[in-house]
Design a binder for this molecule. Structure first.
Ligand SMILES: [Zn+2]
Length: 60
């Protein structure tokens, strides 16, 4: 089932190392994206759930 907020069906981290947590590089990547786009859009681009992204953004 899809998240009503970000539209991501589920958290897919297949493009990362299977057991990797948020890496430094990913955090930096997300920060750049989030400076340009809303969380919802970043979620759809990255396949990350909005809640996973919101962890990186304490204000969201
Ligand atoms: Zn979501």
């Amino acid at each position: 089932m899809r998240c009503h907020r970000c539209g991501v069906a589920r958290e897919s981290l297949t493009w990362l190392a299977p057991h990797a947590r948020m890496t430094k590089r990913l955090q930096q990547h997300l920060e750049v994206l989030l400076s340009l786009l809303p969380v919802k859009h970043v979620a759809q681009l990255t396949g990350l759930h909005c809640r996973a992204i919101a962890v990186e953004r304490t204000d969201e």
